[in-house]
Each structure stands twice: as C-alpha cells, then as structure tokens.
Design a binder for this molecule. Structure first.
Ligand code: SF4
Length: 173
C-alpha cells in the first residue's frame, strides 16, 4: 500500500522556491504522489476557522512544543492572543493525519503552525529562529515524521525506504 503524506495546502500551489532542475524534478514527484492519491492536502489554520486574510501571528517566548503545553503563547501583530485557535489547528492537523493514516507530513517552513525547522521569534521584525510550529510539533510528538518544504529530497528517501521495508521484493528491483 502507498504511504500517505499530509501536505500543507499552501505548498500545492508550488509557490515554493527550489533551485533549477531540482524544482522540476521535485514538482514531478509531488504531482506523481498526488496522482497516486498519497497526498492529504490540509491547512490547519483554515480548518480551525481562521479567516483569509488574517493577521500575522508569531509564537512568543517559545516554540510549538511550548505552546501545546501552555508554556508559550501565539499572538497576532495587533497583540491579540490567538493561542487557543492555533492549538486547535494543531489538533485538527493531527486528527486528519491519523484518520488518513499518514506516516509523514510535508509542511511549509516558517509558519507558527506548519514551521518545522524555523519559526519567527515573536517580535514581528522578520527574525527567524530554529523551532517548530504547533502542528509540526504535535505531529512529531505523535510519531509522524515532519519534513519542511526545503526537505523534499529527504522525504522522498524516507518514503522509499519505508516502502522497501514494507515490500522486500522492491528492494531487489
Ligand atoms: Fe495553512 Fe499556514 Fe500551514 Fe500554509 S503554512 S497550510 S497557510 S497553516
């Protein structure tokens, strides 16, 4: 059976910066996976009822793990505390991933929800710092491997190795 992957909805417009030929190759892989019905396209923030457009939000004094254990907050650039909305977004991403039996997630980096390697530092000055957003943190904590949009080659390797283990015949091809 094909492995399924939760994908940030905003990635599927391919507004993702890759370099040269790699871009075409990776887009081809995503298109093939979509054709094979492996992709579960999801936007946690929209699922949680946040509007379009919406104010920019950043995690203050922590990361997604901290927010999920109520040790840090998410605020909008107007100062409004929207932590509960983003916690709900994370839980809905996990629910979708588990319901759809996803083994991995491919998420947009930098977001307070989907960020995997980096998030903004809570000052709204455009400064990034290492860390995960709330959905990425909750997915990882529940055994779903998370990859950022900069890590599609690593995701491809992860899926190929997983399917080789599941289907030893494939390893001999
Ligand atoms: Fe939605 Fe933001 Fe995640 Fe894109 S990065 S899927 S807009 S929550």
């Amino acid at each position: 059976m094909h492995s399924k992957i939760l994908v940030s909805a905003c990635l599927m417009g391919f507004k993702v910066r890759y370099n040269g030929s790699e871009k075409a190759a990776l887009q081809h892989i995503l298109a093939r996976w979509q054709q094979e019905q492996r992709l579960v396209i999801h936007c946690p923030e929209l699922a949680a009822g946040l509007s379009i457009p919406r104010a920019a939000a950043e995690i203050r004094d922590g990361n997604g793990h901290d927010v999920m254990r109520d040790a840090a907050r998410i605020v909008e650039d107007n100062g409004e505390d929207v932590t509960a909305h983003y916690q709900l977004a994370a839980w809905l991403a996990l629910k979708t991933a588990l319901t759809e039996d996803c083994c991995a997630a491919l998420l947009t980096d930098g977001s307070p929800t989907c960020g995997n390697q980096v998030i903004y530092d809570g000052t709204f000055n455009g400064v990034q710092q290492p860390g995960m957003g709330v959905a990425a943190a909750l997915l990882e904590a529940n055994g779903i491997r998370v990859f950022s949009h900069q890590q599609i080659p690593q995701l491809v390797t992860f899926i190929e190795e997983r399917e080789r283990i599941d289907d030893p015949m494939q390893a001999r091809l």
